[in-house]
Design a binder for this molecule. Structure first.
Ligand code: DON
Length: 305
């Protein structure tokens, strides 16, 4: 039986001795206003036990971590048809890259890079009557927290600088892989990325992926066992863009990062863990979050490998 809280405190103390060379994301101006020294961690076991440390009850912008939630919704609706429009291969490129899209005729390598997440948003707009409301309903239900919401200031901030995402979606539209109006898909995508949660809320939200697709919060099945396994596999291979191999190598868990500085990682049949520290490494992943999780799985000797 691990004393997680003690492990968290010890790792946090030892990391605090190092200079954090990371930089807060500033290409989305609103994210640049966050206190760079925030640090929180929260672990939830599938039996509902919670362990936390630091600023774990402060909200932050979950950004790309939300792409796993939209993927879950789209996969439920489309089943295996989904993979005609988006692949399941690691990209080995930055999250906002256009390079492979031209070669792959507008089919993104996976649903966790920006291009893939935009296709998933397009699917949801085609399938849902009120995509934004239904997304929030879904997230509130699986998390067990009714107040989870978008942040309109972050949406506006992303829109004001969304040139890359506009380039990505226009390229895919030219290949026929976007059905809806570009502005509608971008608006939905930016809202998705603007969702805010605390480490605790996010850790509870992702628990269904540690529990074979069933949310321990509500005891409701969110996805089938097979889909849960496959979403975890996609996170393992694609959750950290061109640093996915590094995360697998050093941490050994499926996970997903966001440019708000959050990282969620899943230990199937055991727990979900969220770390938040806003300063990012050059690949756009939280510098301290990566280091913390590496030490955590090394010290506890808990990983899927
Ligand atoms: O579209 C963007 O660039 C951001 N809304 C999301 C990027 C992101 O979080 C990638 N993560 N590491």
């Amino acid at each position: 039986m691990f004393k997680y809280k003690e492990v968290f405190t010890r790792i946090n103390k030892s990391l605090a001795e190092h200079n954090n060379p990371g930089k807060v994301a500033s290409y989305i101006p609103e994210l640049g206003n966050v206190d760079p020294d925030k640090f929180g961690v929260h672990l939830t076991k599938i039996n509902g036990e919670d362990f936390s440390c630091g600023d774990s009850n402060e909200k932050f912008s979950i950004q790309s971590i939300a792409k796993v939630l939209s993927l879950t919704m789209a996969y439920k609706l489309e089943n295996e048809k989904l993979w005609k429009r988006v692949g399941v291969e690691p990209s080995g490129t930055p999250f906002n890259s256009l390079v492979l899209l031209e070669h792959n005729k507008g089919i993104p390598r996976n649903p966790l890079i920006n291009a893939g997440a935009l296709v998933i948003c397009d699917v949801l707009i085609s399938r849902l009557e009120n995509p934004k409301e239904e997304l929030l309903e879904f997230v509130r239900e699986i998390s067990g927290f009714n107040h989870i919401d978008f942040n309109p200031i972050v949406v506006a901030s992303e829109k004001s600088m969304g040139f890359r995402n506009a380039a990505v979606i226009n390229l895919m539209k030219s290949f026929g892989n976007i059905e809806n109006k570009i502005d509608d898909v971008l608006d939905f995508y930016f809202n998705l990325c603007s969702i805010e949660m605390t480490c605790k809320e996010l850790s509870h939200t992702f628990l269904y992926l540690a529990n074979d697709g069933v949310s321990p919060n509500t005891k409701k099945r969110i996805v089938s066992v097979s889909k849960s396994k496959r979403i975890n596999a996609i996170m393992q291979l694609c959750g950290f863009y061109d640093e996915a191999g590094e995360f697998s190598f050093k941490v050994g868990l499926p996970g997903k990062s966001g440019v708000g500085g959050g990282i969620v990682a899943i230990h199937p049949n055991h727990y979900s863990i969220v770390v938040w520290s806003p300063k990012l490494n050059p690949k756009g992943n939280s510098w301290k979050g990566m280091k913390f999780l590496e030490r955590f799985t090394t010290e506890t000797e808990l990983s899927i490998f």
